[in-house]
Design a protein around this ligand. Structure first.
Ligand SMILES: Nc1ncnc2c1ncn2[C@@H]1O[C@H](COP(=O)(O)OP(=O)(O)O)[C@@H](O)[C@H]1O
Ligand SMILES: O=C(CO)[C@H](O)[C@H](O)COP(=O)(O)O
Length: 544
């Protein structure tokens, strides 16, 4: 996407750069001070999978992708380096392991030092998470009652037990967003967002709990004063170091000293980019639909929802509490689901030739010829999907849950692949509805859903989510609200905005509302939701 030629060129320091590292790619977005996107670029990143539910990435590869995306976005916008006045980073909550000076250390049996990131979706630490949960430490109250194998302390314990030499040699263990902040500025500060949500830091008390680390077998980290996981913890948007180092600036194509704000996890950046738009973060759930899905609920007082992560203080909207649910596989679950269909390989070849991803193509086919987008639900025919291919993140906090597909026939054609796709999106939406209901029962209701993420960009998907949950879906004026969330960090670090709350209100806007259908469509979703709950329950019972 490039700059609108009808707008005047921004002056020095007026442009904010947001960098978003998702599971599949690094993206860079340039925004003006009003939050309008001027240009963006994307660069894919490498990912390795290995037996034992291991998924790894490379910090070097990711940094290079960040630099390439940034340079491309700048070139697309035709902007000089000095136009950029502030930079923000968001990233998946993956664990980066580096030795002295930042040299990558291998995290798995490949022994390849390039593979120095345990990706958030890596489930190698399920046994460690279960052991930690059995010990029932008080800090677990602040992660939804159960630690997830996707969080960092079970992963650290896995490293200490299975790779003790690497654990001992590690100079720093970073969440990916904090790694990027350090790589850009040399500042080792961690963001309250990352350490509170994934490392058991208690932001509401401004402290780590040494007793937790000692109890679970990571006491050495406490003995060192938490120097390897975060001796200094700062609010997102806090300026890091002296801004970009000379080396990082040269690599990114920016000016040395450009202010950089402490970062955010990617889902939280989606929240920052959306829920401030109407000044009502407590009414609006941020729903980030990408490779995974995240449900981000803002409350004034802490709300304890069993099976939903949190409550976390100031992890997203400053001064407010956050509950985070979602599904570990969402976009990834739809990819997995459709790949099983006999027509999938041929359809994927055809769509590749068109330069379109298969799920996007299927979504377009599903919506084809419909006068009313809500009718799309009828195209699921008799198919029902509980898309828990990577467990149930919320509200059951059950990494062992698995997917269910019901209603399959002998069909092998493209229309039946489209039906399977629609049934899959319905399944994602019913998982969201189930989380909304669990939160409502616990005292954290929301009125509307503010959507972001690559899988939530099409009208059809947004309308289906509204219809299946019964809540209006709000869409941002910018195509990439996650990138806007990161750019907001840059605006605060640059001093353009006094704080995150002011920046959210000034820079984000809602452009469209998708109202839920009533009547026959609502009744259809009620019936399908009942089937979803029954199938989910049957699968749980079948596992014993
Ligand atoms: N129309 C769609 N329907 C379903 N899934 C989609 C659609 N468009 C994109 N996706 C999925 O969204 C995911 C990418 O979303 P994105 O937010 O860009 O990813 P991430 O930040 O996780 O790298 C992929 O799993 C992709 O298949
Ligand atoms: O756990 C998460 C946020 O807390 C996310 O699921 C994780 O960071 C992956 O994000 P994405 O699906 O956008 O790649």
């Amino acid at each position: 996407m490039t700059q609108d030629p009808s707008r005047p060129a921004p002056g020095a320091g007026d442009v904010l750069l947001g960098i978003d590292v998702g599971t599949g790619s690094a993206r860079a977005g340039l925004f003006d001070r009003a939050g309008r996107m001027l240009a963006s670029a994307k660069c894919d990143i490498a990912i390795w999978r290995a037996p034992g539910a291991m998924v790894e990435q490379s910090s070097r590869d990711i940094w290079q992708a960040v630099c390439r995306a940034t340079r491309t976005a700048l070139a697309e916008a035709g902007l000089p380096p000095e136009a950029v006045g502030g930079v923000g980073f968001d990233a998946t909550c993956s664990l980066v392991v580096v030795g002295e000076g930042g040299a990558p250390l291998p995290v798995g049996p490949s022994e390849d030092p390039e593979r120095n990131i345990i990706v958030w979706m890596d489930h190698r630490a399920v046994a460690q998470a279960e052991r930690i949960n059995a010990q029932g430490h008080e800090v677990l109250r602040y992660v939804g009652g159960r630690i997830s194998p996707e969080m960092e302390t079970p992963k650290l314990l896995w490293l200490a037990e299975h790779r003790p030499d690497i654990f001992a040699r590690a100079w720093q263990f970073f969440d990916l967003a904090d790694y990027l902040g350090w790589r850009a500025t040399g500042d080792l500060a961690r963001s309250t967002c990352t350490v509170t949500c994934k490392w058991t830091y208690l932001a509401h008390e401004h402290r780590w709990d040494a007793g937790y680390f000692r109890q679970v077998g990571l006491g050495v980290l406490a003995d060192e004063g938490f120097a390897r996981i975060g001796a200094r913890v700062v609010e997102p948007g806090t300026p890091l170091g002296q801004g970009l180092t000379g080396e990082a600036a040269a690599e990114l194509g920016l000016r040395p000293g450009t202010p950089v704000g402490a970062g955010l996890i990617d889902a939280h950046a989606g929240g920052i980019g959306t829920v401030g738009a109407e000044g009502t973060p407590e009414r609006d759930l941020a729903y980030v639909f990408g490779t995974s899905s995240c449900t981000m609920t803002t409350t004034r007082e802490p709300v304890f929802v069993p099976g939903v992560w949190g409550p976390y203080r100031s992890a997203m909207v400053p001064g407010m509490w956050l509950n985070e649910g979602g599904q570990s596989a969402a976009g990834a679950a739809i990819e997995q689901l459709v790949s099983f269909h006999p027509a999938a390989a041929e359809a994927a070849r055809a769509t590749e030739a068109l330069g379109e991803a298969l799920p996007v193509h299927l979504a377009r086919l599903a919506a084809e010829g419909l006068a009313d987008l809500s009718e799309v639900a009828t195209r699921a025919e008799g198919l029902h999907v509980v898309p828990e291919f990577l467990g149930n993140r919320a509200p059951f906090a059950d990494p062992h849950a698995r997917a269910v597909i019901a209603g399959l026939g002998m069909e092998r054609d493209l229309p039946s692949l489209v039906s399977l796709y629609v049934a899959g999106i319905c399944g994602i939406a019913y998982g969201l509805r189930q989380i909304l209901e669990a939160q409502e029962r616990a005292g954290a209701p929301v009125e509307r859903i503010a959507i972001s993420g690559g899988a939530g960009q099409l009208d059809m998907v947004r309308q289906l989510l509204a219809d299946a949950t019964g809540k209006p879906v709000l869409a941002s004026a910018v195509a990439e609200p996650v990138l806007l969330g990161s750019a907001i960090l840059g605006a605060v670090a640059a001093g353009h905005e006094p704080d995150m709350t002011a920046a959210m209100q000034r820079m984000s806007r809602t452009a469209a509302h998708y109202e839920p259908a009533g009547g026959a469509i609502a009744a259809l979703h009620d019936r399908r939701y009942a089937a979803f709950l029954a199938l989910q329950e049957a699968a749980r019972a079948a596992r014993g």
